[in-house]
Design a protein around this ligand. Structure first.
Ligand code: AMP
Ligand code: MG
Length: 487
């Protein structure tokens, strides 16, 4: 276990120089205080969890202090936002503080979001509010616990600094961890500004540090692109299987590592709704729940365009063609597990689609349905779940197909079935209304609810005593919350 001053830095991105990022110091928050910290994320840095409670922790991650070895930099990138190209974006309110190595030899970017103005702030104030910082913290740690690749969050630091959004709020910072903060938009920036040398340097950097195994391939850049395609297909398959809606899949929010990145007005589905739009500024539903699948491919095409100086168009097209088959294979595999199936049959896709259609028509809770399906034998479970459906004849027909399919799948005890299904079907997810309750308490100065919710979500598959209230459908007020896009 390390103390805070024992972290080992090696700032590889900073060394790429001023064409890639600009040195900027964090702007401190007034009266910084710990809102919540993740012990699991602390462990990634070998940090003793107890240090989170020390005053110096809030000073470091509230922008007051800095390690001598840190080199805070604002990165430049661009990206396609809602389908249109924005020539320059960049870290407008976040800073890459530096890269830290842990004892296992992994390196982690320390990125402080809400750290003040940078040359890329455009019209913004460089700040993040408490509400959105808590949402990012809870979501990154909850996704990770579900097995969905995501950036991580070390802590949220609150403050008394006033920040103006629709109303006056308080500034906060979230310390984000990821093996890399390079986005699709980084490659787009150097491609569209016609800086081939820097673009090649960036490609080498990503290849060497994050895809070293691709070096061995006859065409390393192509191998790397293929890997990026596959990782993104897998990530999005997991979003779809667990009902996560990102909300702002612009190419500047897509990680080169295929991890969930940059949380805004995201939501987990309560009732299953393929057409759900969690971002209220997304009037056309470009980033609706079901559109995440084709948008994933669209974003990869935008990245492919930026890689045309390194890879032939034909090879890029062929690699892009792998996206849907990869996606479908991962998705179906996860949905089979959610249904408690251990074997594969050709008609499984239809079985899944049939169920989702019925859930859509009846507004069935997406998380609780699967959890309850695993509570007992298929026979008993479908009898109990039947009441949740409006189209009873439709559900009965599906239930018969399901029971027959389960019977063909294998001979196992109810106990085995429950154990296997509960390991694939979470009981607790980050429902918007739960986040909202925790935020309301935190805004009033009580951080206990954020901490409790974080704790519950860190073990989403395990039933936890006394935590029944976190495994409920939303109350009426919490069903269609409008989450502000300003953050
Ligand atoms: P986002 O929608 O959060 O992914 O942000 C898009 C771009 O706007 C990024 O370049 C951000 O750094 C920048 N940005 C968002 N909010 C602010 C803010 N309050 N101040 C400065 N820049 C911001
Ligand atoms: Mg962003």
């Amino acid at each position: 276990m390390k103390a805070l001053d024992e972290l080992t830095f090696d700032n590889r991105f900073a060394r790429l120089g001023d064409a890639f990022s600009t040195h900027v110091l964090p702007e401190p928050l007034d009266e910084p205080r710990l809102v919540v910290a993740s012990n699991a994320a602390m462990a990634l840095l070998d940090l003793d969890p107890a240090v989170a409670e020390t005053p110096v922790f809030a000073e470091l991650f509230g922008g007051h202090k800095l390690w001598a070895e840190a080199e805070p930099r604002a990165m430049v990138y661009s990206g396609h936002q809602f389908g249109g190209y924005t020539p320059q974006l960049g870290d407008g309110r976040g800073l890459l503080l530096g890269e830290v190595y842990n004892q296992a030899g992994e390196h982690w970017d320390l990125h402080l979001k809400g750290a003040g103005m940078t040359p890329y702030s455009r019209m913004g104030d460089g700040r993040a509010v408490l509400r959105s910082s808590i949402r990012e913290f809870l979501a990154s740690e909850a996704l990770h616990a579900l097995g969905i690749p995501s950036s991580r969050a070390l802590c949220v630091i609150g403050s008394s600094t006033p920040v103006w959004r629709e109303k006056q709020e308080r500034g906060a910072m979230v310390l984000r961890l990821a093996p890399s903060h390079v986005r699709f938009g980084h490659f787009e920036y150097f491609y569209y500004t016609k800086k081939p040398e820097q673009q090649a340097e960036l490609a080498e950097h990503v290849l060497n540090l994050h895809y070293p195994e691709c070096r061995e391939q006859p065409e390393p850049y192509l191998a790397m692109f293929r890997e990026i395609v596959e990782r993104n297909a897998e990530m999005i398959a997991k979003w779809q299987a667990y009902g996560f809606c990102h909300g702002v899949m612009n190419t500047d929010n897509m990680s080169i590592l295929g991890i969930t990145f940059d949380f805004g007005p995201f939501a987990f589905l309560d009732d299953f709704d393929a057409h759900f739009i969690c971002n209220h500024s997304d009037h056309e539903g470009r980033y609706s729940f079901s559109n995440q699948v084709p948008i994933g491919q669209w974003n990869l095409s935008a990245l492919a365009q930026a890689l045309t100086p390194f890879i032939s168009v034909d090879a890029l097209k062929e690699a892009l063609g792998l996206y849907l088959p990869f996606y479908q294979a991962h998705y179906l595999d996860l949905m089979r597990r959610r249904l408690g199936l251990t074997t594969a049959e050709d008609d499984d896709q239809k079985l899944v689609e049939g169920l989702l259609k019925l859930m859509q028509n009846s507004g069935v809770d997406y998380t609780l349905f699967f959890r309850r399906l695993g509570d007992e034998s298929a026979e008993l479970a479908v009898t109990r779940l039947r009441d949740d459906f409006v189209d009873l004849a439709g559900f009965d027909a599906w239930a018969q197909l399901y029971k027959d399919r389960v019977a063909r799948d294998g001979d196992y005890s109810e106990e085995q079935r429950r154990e296997r299904m509960h390991a694939a079907n979470p009981l607790y997810i980050l429902r918007n209304y739960l986040a909202q309750n925790a935020i309301a308490a935190a805004e009033a100065g009580d951080y206990s609810e954020v901490r409790r919710l974080h704790e519950v979500l860190s073990k989403p598959f395990e039933e936890q005593a006394g935590m029944e209230q976190y495994a409920q459908r939303p109350p009426d007020w919490g069903k269609h919350l409008e989450i502000s896009c300003s953050s």
